[in-house]
Design a protein around this ligand. Sequence first.
Ligand SMILES: [Zn+2]
Length: 111
Amino acid sequence: MSGFVICPACGTRIKAGREHCLKCFAILPRPDEPVRVPLSESLGLSKQSQIVLGALGLAVVGGLLYVILTTKSPTADADLLPPTSSGASGSSLSAGAISRLRGGPRTTTTC
Ligand SMILES: [Zn+2]
């Protein structure tokens, strides 16, 4: 029941059926015609484009994160693989420390 027409010139609500605005006498659109939503206005388009761009960015970031995570896991496993080399190096280090200790404390003076 849209019995009113909004004057495009001054924005006054005019009863439908009148051809001219009561305030400014501007020509009123027909009541049968719904208020034209300007499709050419960049508001809607820009909003849609922004949404699309945001979705694309999210997808790209998600894909990058997924790739990074999936490629990082095998390298971490490889790093955890070699257990023997660390033990050998530890033993050699302990041997060197023992030899140093033997040569070092010779300066102790005994009565
Ligand atoms: Zn008017």
